[in-house]
Write a protein that binds this ligand. Structure first.
Ligand SMILES: C[S@@+](CC[C@H](N)C(=O)[O-])C[C@H]1O[C@@H](n2cnc3c(N)ncnc32)[C@H](O)[C@@H]1O
Length: 276
């Protein structure tokens, strides 16, 4: 069988979809070459089709997962899509804080958090704007399928290029310490607690409790419609019963409008789990 055999490529693309959820549509298959060539070479193979040939017909194991990881996009930045954070500051947090005044407890979840900038941005936003939360029980959970990005998120060490994307110099000075090699370490002790856990959105989820706010931005965009619908109904079941918020990416939209009520806001859209 030729290494370029469409059967071999299709088998890999199917395995990627069934284990990670990412649907590599025909217009995206060019990514196989750019993302898998380095992995093939580091395994002493001549090129990416040889890697797929090696994986073909084998049970999914560590080398498959390395190949899946190579196909995952981890693009993120601090305060990505700033208008989302403006809506959180102006609308969502004031309302949640008013609603939780009795229990003084807030649970926030960034699903598909990548290297952590999204979760730390939430933490900075809360600290800067809502001093009344200082003695509340506030927790921010970041989850991702990829252990490599979560290790970086936990470390909280960012390059000069990463902090230059989305962080003002005032925020950088207030929350980060310059370290060796032009990197910056986040002073997480000054922020509401942020923790990171592995979670594959298309596998079974552990009991995470319920959340007041879920950010699931720029994750579902890579998935097929059925998967998106399944995940959104699971998210719905994890939102606070009296009304939690779900925020998707700027170019994403909700599919299951039986479960969520869409709030159309000036720039950006939020969803609540309450039916209008
Ligand atoms: C493009 S990044 C978005 C990061 C961040 N949410 C943002 O908007 O800046 C997508 C993240 O989703 C994660 N991801 C992809 N498939 C996943 C899955 N099945 N379960 C959990 N996370 C997944 C990837 O590892 C990646 O870090």
């Amino acid at each position: 069988m030729s290494p370029n055999d469409p059967l071999v490529i299709d088998a890999f693309v199917r395995a990627l979809e069934s284990h990670v959820g990412i649907a590599l549509t025909p217009d995206k298959r060019y990514l196989l070459q750019s993302r898998l060539t380095p992995l093939a070479r580091s395994n002493s193979l001549e090129n990416w089709p040889d890697l797929l040939q090696l994986l073909y017909g084998r049970p999914v194991g560590p080398l498959h997962w390395q190949a899946f990881e190579a196909l995952i996009t981890h693009e993120t930045s601090f305060f990505r899509d700033p208008f989302h954070f403006e809506q959180l500051r102006l609308k969502v947090f004031p309302e949640l804080i008013a609603r939780r005044r009795r229990t003084r407890r807030l649970r926030l979840w960034c699903a598909g958090v990548s290297t952590g900038q999204e979760a730390y941005s939430l933490a900075m936003l809360l600290r800067e704007n809502f001093p009344e939360l200082l003695d509340w029980d506030v927790r921010i959970l970041g989850t991702d399928i990829a252990a490599s990005v979560l290790a970086r998120a936990r470390q909280g060490l960012f390059s000069a290029a990463e902090v230059s994307r989305g962080l003002s110099s005032a925020r950088l000075a207030a929350t980060f310490t310059a370290t060796k090699n032009n990197h910056y370490s986040i002073n997480s002790a000054s922020l509401p607690p942020v923790s990171f856990e592995t979670l594959n959105l298309i596998a079974d989820w552990p009991d995470l409790g319920r959340f007041d706010l879920v950010l699931m931005r720029n994750v579902l965009i890579y998935f097929k419609a059925e998967r998106r619908t399944q995940i959104l109904s699971k998210v719905h079941a994890r939102l606070a019963e009296d009304g939690g918020y779900l925020m998707l990416g700027a170019s994403e939209s909700i599919l299951n409008d039986k479960l969520f009520r869409t709030l159309v806001l000036p720039r950006g859209v939020l969803f609540t789990n309450l039916i209008a």
